[in-house]
Design a protein around this ligand. Sequence first.
Ligand SMILES: Cc1cc2nc3c(=O)[nH]c(=O)nc-3n(C[C@H](O)[C@H](O)[C@H](O)COP(=O)(O)OP(=O)(O)OC[C@H]3O[C@@H](n4cnc5c(N)ncnc54)[C@H](O)[C@@H]3O)c2cc1C
Length: 452
Amino acid sequence: MAKRIGLYWFTNDLRIQNNAALAKANEECDELLVVYLLDPKDLTANRYGFVSLGKNRLAFLAESLTDLARSLKQLGQHLHVFQQSPVATIAQLITIYNIDAVYRSESSGYYENQYWHMLKQQYSQLEFIEVATHTIFTSQQLPYSLSEIPSVYTEFRKKLEPIIPAYTPIKIEQLKKAPSVSSRLLKPDFPDALNDQLNNKIQLSQSSKIAIGGETQATQHLYQYFSSNHVSQYKISKNAINDINGSTKLSPWLANGCISVHQILQEVDKYEDFHGKSESTTAIKFELLWREYFQWLAKTAGVKLFTLAGMRGKKPLTPYYAQRLRSWTHGTTPFPIVNACVKQLNQTGYISNTGRKILASAMVNDLNLDWRFGAAYFEHQLLDYDVASNWCNWQNMAGVGVDPRTKLKLDLKEQQQLFDPSGDYVKYWKGETSVTTLASLDTVDLADWPLD
Ligand SMILES: Cc1cc2nc3c(=O)[nH]c(=O)nc-3n(C[C@H](O)[C@H](O)[C@H](O)COP(=O)(O)OP(=O)(O)OC[C@H]3O[C@@H](n4cnc5c(N)ncnc54)[C@H](O)[C@@H]3O)c2cc1C
């Protein structure tokens, strides 16, 4: 019988263990070619003027891929990394290697799914197999069809909480080995953009970096966190603005798939078996279900995830103030707490959930800017950038998400008193400013900035 040759396309699942998509490909194919594609468009400025993969994100990705390549090597496989258009590259590989089936993890991203559909159409004779590895539920396990996902989170959570599937370990001991990809097709294994970031790693690590990319670090952090007493404090500490142990800090690894949401849930369950169920363990699950909710909402939203009017279809009136946007991204607004948050984000690639809400509320309500510039800036900076979590949270903050009640207008002075009463946070991140009024920022005002 002819050999079945598979192509495994790593995307949001940069791990070996508990990776159902990789396990399926490994089981079904006689030979596997394993690739990761760094999309050149993510390295150039987008319509908002920001490069999607900012330097902090790129460094985290480079570390994650290095770790993945190391683990694959131990299992007898080789990771090929391309800095080329995903569709064209996959198409080339299909032809060169007579690929029979292409595998990847399911995605909630509109553009990621467009790529997949283009390839499916182009190679209708091949098998294209996607497996859910980024979510708790598969679409078959969900008690709703995609068009029926509730517009209110609580409704979604109440139905799903009792039916979270039990953890099933997925271990891969060895991987099938395909011939090495010919060098005439490819650039060296780690493209320059990633190598540069890896060389910068030492410098970046010395700054206040909260996480190093890769499955190895992710697993270590997971076990450390759940064997600490920080878990028991989670419910009261999770909203702290500057407490490294206040929340799990698992998001960068989860977003890049260095760890699965099932692995986290399993640790919560083990913790509960030992210490009993608590408000804190329930709260961690509650947040993971928010994430789940957004994954499915984003999938149904399609391109509406990125439109000004959002999933709700209601366009806010937002003039464009170039200088206001600049001051928001540089931390030179009249609001010290906003400045401190954005400076922390710029330097570390991370801010707390409270910090994100403060930044989003300031952008939408105080600076009166188009929310999508904020979402695009977070996409550029956040180590834990996840298309669904980011754009859905922003839609909620801007009041254009499916549930309009989520629009949040925060009083910035009150927030500062509440989360930084001593002023230490603002002082540490140099949030104080001599700019006292918005008027002093405004140089340009083009009504209803036209980006649809
Ligand atoms: C405007 C805005 C943009 C955001 N963008 C992102 C993003 O791009 N990627 C991202 O992972 N989270 C995003 N969040 C959600 C949240 O701020 C982060 O998940 C959280 O701060 C990560 O830190 P943690 O891992 O310590 O979280 P924990 O408090 O420890 O929560 C555990 C996990 O639950 C999930 N989670 C928690 N809160 C949320 C939430 N509101 N929405 C979705 N998932 C959640 C995350 O996966 C997180 O790792 C955003 C929130 C806002 C308000």
